[in-house]
Design a protein around this ligand. Structure first.
Ligand code: TGC
Ligand code: FAD
Length: 394
């Protein structure tokens, strides 16, 4: 089922002029890697519901693990727009592969860098940057998804250790991760972050099967049964829900870019297909209904590109608010899923096959619109920002 990757990136508003030479270099090297390593295999791995583990080394080599983490810890030392472009290009290949890179960079390396001790940074970051160790991020629980403040997972002091109990659900990379960044309540009820290593007694990571979405990404649970974790594995520099939510800002920002990649791939595929497919003696791209779909797609992609780029500038200046990030995540993922649904129809029956990437993108995006805060949760964040009134309940 391996296919030739003819992808051509749309740039309707000459947005490349807003990028530096370094941005363009980073983007083209990731794009080439995706064409060479991801496209030929991704369909088969997705059909088999298997994570292509062999891509880990390449992801590390293209700088997808910790692009904006300082080089002294093994990161790429790049800016936020480079990070965004890397996510865009990887998700152009597959949202599940982008998930692996997002989790490693923004949900594992970022908290260790931002909240960890110098010892924790030195012990974990270089190995995570090189892909020698892979990480996962445990916030969601069976009974607490959108409302993580209610979490039940807890730690109790025990000399130089804490005893960790509870469980996490829907955790990307869990089945193969070497370490987990876990959020748990201490005896005072404060949320703390700690690093749990595979092999610690009482820690297991059962895989979640039966997903119709993000099939090339491994998802699992984290189960903690009286796990004895050294106190030195707790992040010293953060307490409260702002710890995990701070990591989500970074991951949601990456998704706002990533979703553009999936949308561009669907648009590009539909454009090429409709120009070649003949019905009623003409290419179907000559019919007004098809042109309306293509025109709306390129308009929405262009708006999303502008939103992501501006957010990147604000983020580089440390001025991007969590609410601005929510708006971009929500808008761009919704834009991508709508384009995927339209593009799938434009390919007729061929649209449901693995010969084209559209159905896979479409199904993947059902997870992307749900994780890192659902579509409606992000709407409520914007609603609260503009009205000053919390509509979450509680
Ligand atoms: P609330 O009372 O509003 O806030 C509690 C504290 O947190 C602070 N805060 C933030 N800090 C940093 N960044 C943000 N985005 C923040 N949002 C809030 C806030 O200032 C406060 O601080 P303090 O010092 O006063 O204590 O919290 P709430 O309990 O009312 O919840 C608000 C809500 C619903 C917006 C939030 O909990 C939420 O975003 N829910 C969605 C949950 C979510 O996104 N889960 C994602 C799990 S990880 C994941 O999906 C990974 S998928 C990875 C992949 O495969 O790519
Ligand atoms: P719920 O919170 O039960 O929400 C169900 C519905 O109710 C949604 O439509 C929601 O918008 C709506 N809703 C909830 N509250 C309100 C409200 N106040 N007002 C209006 N509507 C509301 N989590 C991690 O911690 N780490 C991971 O690595 C990770 N990876 C994931 C990978 C995949 C493939 C998936 C699907 C999920 C992953 N998640 C991860 C979990 C993800 O973040 C949660 O699924 C998400 O936050 C939603 O939580 P929930 O599934 O419990 O849905």
């Amino acid at each position: 089922m391996s296919r030739t990757d003819l992808f051509q990136s749309p740039d309707y508003y000459q947005l490349d002029e807003l990028l530096t030479e370094e941005h363009k270099l980073v983007r083209s090297s990731v794009r080439e890697w995706v064409k060479r390593e991801v496209t030929p295999v991704i369909e088969e791995f997705a059909q088999r519901a298997e994570f292509p583990k062999q891509l880990i080394r390449g992801l590390a080599e293209i700088g997808a693990f910790g692009p904006y983490i300082p080089q002294q810890y093994g990161g790429g030392g790049m800016d936020q727009i480079s990070y965004g472009l890397i996510m865009q290009e990887i998700e152009r290949g597959d949202s599940g592969i982008r998930s692996t890179a997002s989790v490693q960079s923004s949900l594992v390396m970022y908290p260790i860098f931002a909240y960890g001790s110098e010892e924790q940074r030195k012990r974990y970051l270089p190995k995570l940057a090189s892909g020698e160790w892979m990480g996962c991020f445990g916030l969601t629980e069976p009974d607490f998804g959108s409302n993580p403040a209610g979490m039940l997972t807890n730690i109790k002091a025990d000399g130089n250790h804490v005893i960790l109990n509870g469980s996490k659900m829907w955790i990307s990379n869990a089945p193969f991760a070497d370490i987990a960044v876990v959020w748990a309540k201490d005896e005072q009820g404060s949320i703390r972050g700690l690093i749990v290593e595979r092999g610690m007694e009482g820690f297991s990571t059962p895989e979640t099967h039966g997903k119709w979405s993000l099939r090339a990404s491994a998802t699992g649970e984290l189960v903690f049964d009286n796990v004895k974790v050294p106190k030195e594995n707790i992040f010293p520099n953060v307490k409260g829900l702002k710890g995990p939510l701070g990591c989500l800002n970074s991951a949601r920002y990456g998704i706002a870019w990533g979703a553009i990649g999936a949308a561009m791939d669907c648009y590009d595929t539909a454009l090429r297909y409709t120009k070649e497919r003949i019905q009623f003696g003409k290419p179907i791209a000559s019919f007004q209904l098809q042109q309306k779909k293509l025109a709306e797609m390129i308009t929405e992609i262009t708006k999303a590109q502008l939103l992501a780029w501006r957010l990147g500038v604000l983020k580089n200046e440390n001025r991007a608010t969590p609410q601005q990030i929510s708006m971009a995540k929500r808008n761009n993922v919704n834009m991508a899923i709508e384009i995927a649904r339209e593009a799938r129809q434009m390919l007729g029956g061929m649209g449901i096959t693995g010969e084209y990437p559209i159905m896979r993108h479409m199904m993947n995006l059902e997870s992307v619109i749900t994780y890192e805060g659902t579509h409606d949760i992000h709407l409520l964040i914007t609603g609260m920002d503009v009205t000053g009134i919390n509509a979450f309940g509680g």
